[in-house]
Design a protein around this ligand. Structure first.
Ligand code: NAP
Length: 256
């Protein structure tokens, strides 16, 4: 029996990268999955097919999480299709590399809106829409995918760091507000992970663009994989973590 057998999860940004790995890991552990995407429909459908191959049900929902109406519509459709949802993974995000790593004085209002919308407002809108429904479950979990950027506050990552610090504040507050309803709320904070976002980031940083070259200087001899983040998420949603809430697991090999 899987660690989340019979549960139902909505994973934002499930089309690619870390979100895709979370969908597949939770499905392997027994959950049915709603795969959210914004632009990558084919990739989202491919994730859903992989979930089904694991013997679980999958639904695919297009929604730009930065838009409150889109979040509300997705939640309404997902509840109608799936019934009781008891896991929300706020994973969708845009990196500093996605807006060209401007400094805080170079950044445009449009770039601020893009990053804050996907990384912070989206999780806020989705928690507001879905958490009241999730209270009916005996146990429910909300996981925020943050970043070590919320601690390291590096240059040219300002709005990204601000958005991730904000999503961590959201998690810590929600954990206290919803504990009486059986909800666990936790944060997983990755360092560099080998995804499209990670590849784009290293292409803009000093050092090699090749991840296999980066392995040589990475902790433990390899760059973190999406499955390493999914493993932390699976643990937090499992019965092994039934007494764990309001916590942050940093998955970075021990460094920023
Ligand atoms: P990725 O490979 O670039 O994938 C991003 C995912 O987010 C895609 O599925 C994308 O969907 C979705 N997305 C982006 N904006 C969206 C929006 N407005 N509405 C709905 N979906 C949206 O990134 P990743 O590396 O997997 O990152 C996943 C999470 O981990 C992010 O929150 C990121 O900040 C965090 N993180 C990543 C790293 C890293 O090194 N990779 C490090 C620390 C933290 P579409 O493709 O369908 O548009």
């Amino acid at each position: 029996m899987g660690s989340v057998e019979g549960r139902k999860a909505l994973v934002t940004g499930g089309s690619r990268g870390i979100g895709r790995a979370i969908c597949l890991r939770l499905a392997a552990e027994g959950a049915d999955i709603a795969v959210n995407y914004n632009g990558s429909e084919a990739a989202a459908r491919e994730t859903a097919t992989e979930v089904e191959k694991l013997g679980r049900k999958a639904w695919v929902y297009q929604a730009d999480v930065s838009q409150v109406a889109a979040c509300n519509a997705m939640v309404e459709r997902a509840i109608a299709d799936m019934g009781q949802i008891d896991i929300l993974i706020n994973n969708a995000g845009i990196g500093s590399s996605g807006i060209g790593r401007p400094t805080l004085t170079e950044i445009t209002p449009e770039q601020i809106d893009l990053v804050m919308g996907a990384n912070l407002l989206g999780p806020m809108y989705l928690c507001k829409a879905l958490v009241p429904h999730m209270r009916a479950a005996d146990r429910s979990d909300v996981i925020m995918i943050s970043s070590v950027a919320a601690q390291s506050m590096g240059p040219r990552m300002g709005v990204y760091s601000i958005s991730k610090a904000g999503v961590e504040a959201l998690a810590h507050t929600l954990a206290k507000e919803e504990r009486e309803h059986g909800m666990r709320v936790n944060i997983v904070a990755p360092g560099l992970v080998e995804t499209d976002m990670g590849r784009k980031l290293i292409s803009l940083l000093p050092g090699p663009d090749d991840m296999r070259e980066r392995d040589k200087t990475a902790p433990f001899g390899f760059v973190c994989q999406p499955e390493d983040i999914a493993a932390a998420v699976a643990y937090l949603c499992s019965n092994e973590a039934r007494y764990v809430t309001n916590q942050r697991i940093t998955v970075s090999g021990g460094g920023f």
